[in-house]
Write a protein that binds this ligand. Structure first.
Ligand SMILES: [Zn+2]
Length: 425
């Protein structure tokens, strides 16, 4: 894609996911010629088209129909300091601004993949927006720490760079997710952070070598499942239930064969042909399945009633998974009927030889894994997705309730009435 098209797509995603206002935020790409493509100043961020994007040549010539962003000076300062970086994102997303205004940086050891994606996060002192001095202060932070790719700006926002725009976007979204998760967890109690050794355990848990099969067939029912998976992954991203850097969806196909998402691709950008077929315990040639593929296989083998699985991180469920506070779904009838009681298992249990999760999912529709994710199962994929939404909404209500009072759960007698009325086993 042309840099102007990439910028228009990504600023649209940032706006729609509530990470910038109409006027705030700016992003840029430096191309092979040294031209810097940047979002325009004072044009609606909710409705930018590729022909709105401005181009600033290395000699300072400006091409395009608007004015380049007023923050162009710090974009240029970052590219001058980091020749290996070709994209910069700056915005004022509420979670990271919360850190910015109390002069703190989020600890990315809150979820396993954030340390690798975000790295250590810097803090640049305040200066006037759009000034050369602000550019110098930000560039100075990147100069002092040559491995940093994200900097919180004092009483302002955040700036991140990347080897390309998708890399910068994934970093931005993951860091804002860390910020919101920490804030939500603090509303409930104290967040627990992973040690570097625990994160290494995650990073090393690569998919074990799976035998591949060559003779792959794609009948129409198989292709329909690919489309269904991609639609639910996009919907999860659009609804704030999944971020680019984490999330797995699988659907049973025939017998114990199933289709599953691949790792390493921005989740909202996955195409149907990238979904991986798993047949007779073997993987479609030339593809890599999610690293949790063995657990999915086991779940389908053990539980004929389960036809779909979603594993994800969402900001309110993860507040429970990172604070250790009990996630009590006896809030409203809908929540209990859909979810019953959801336990939180200790971090890393899914990597152990006696992983209890497949067995437990025979009795429970959903499980939280500490600092890691939520796993939700069900028959049709849309119903599983609905359960995930109910769980995230329940977690959000509990967090919103925390400042106004403590939960008055539905009592055991009323739960028994629900069990009978809604035929819950
Ligand atoms: Zn700004």
């Amino acid at each position: 894609m042309h840099p102007a098209e990439q910028l228009a797509v990504i600023i649209g995603r940032i706006y729609r996911s509530g990470m910038t206002t109409t006027s705030g935020g700016n992003l840029s790409i430096k191309d092979d010629n040294g031209d810097i493509w940047i979002t325009p100043s004072a044009v609606d961020k909710g409705n930018l088209h590729p022909d709105d994007i401005m181009c600033v040549k290395p000699d300072g010539t400006v091409v395009g129909k608007h004015k380049p962003s007023s923050e162009f000076p710090f974009h240029k300062a970052i590219y001058d300091m980091r020749p290996d970086m070709t994209a910069v994102i700056h915005a004022h997303p509420p979670g990271l601004v919360a850190f910015s205004i109390v002069h703190e940086v989020p600890n990315t050891n809150i979820i396993p993949q954030a340390k690798r994606i975000c790295g250590k996060v810097g803090f640049a002192p305040y200066d006037v927006p759009g000034s050369l001095a602000l550019g110098e202060k930000i560039a100075d932070e990147f100069r002092k720490h040559p491995d940093y790719k994200a900097v919180i700006m004092e009483n302002h926002g955040v700036v991140l760079c990347g080897k390309d725009l998708l890399d910068a976007y994934e970093r931005f979204e993951t860091l804002e997710f860390c910020a919101r998760t920490i804030i939500n967890a603090k509303t409930l109690g104290e967040p627990c952070y992973l040690t570097d050794a625990e994160i290494d355990q995650f990073e090393l848990s690569r998919t074990r070598e799976y035998p591949h099969f060559m003779d792959v067939a794609y009948p129409s029912d198989e292709r329909a499942i690919r489309r269904e998976i991609v639609d639910i992954v996009r919907r999860s991203c659009d609804q704030g239930l999944m971020i680019s850097s984490y999330g797995t969806v699988s659907v049973r196909w025939r017998g114990n064969d199933f289709l599953i998402t691949p790792p390493g691709i921005a989740r909202w950008d996955i195409a149907p042909e990238q979904i991986v077929q798993v047949k007779d315990g073997m993987v479609e040639a030339g593809k890599t399945p999610s690293r949790s593929v063995a657990m999915h296989q086991k779940i389908y083998q053990m539980h004929p009633h389960i036809h779909s699985i979603i594993i994800t991180q969402s900001p309110h469920l993860m507040a429970f998974a990172t604070s250790g506070e009990k996630f009590d779904v006896r809030t409203i009838p809908e929540s209990w009927i859909f979810l019953q009681d959801i336990p939180t298992l200790e971090y890393g249990i899914q990597y152990t030889a006696n992983n209890p999760i497949p067995e437990m999912l025979g009795r429970l529709p959903a499980i939280l894994m500490a600092n890691d994710s939520v796993i939700v199962t069900g028959d049709q994929l849309l119903k599983t997705f609905d359960k995930l939404e109910v769980a995230e909404f329940s977690a959000k209500s509990l967090i919103m309730a925390a400042p106004i009072g403590s939960l008055r759960p539905i009592d055991d007698a009323k739960i028994e009435d629900l069990r009978v009325a809604f035929n819950v086993k």
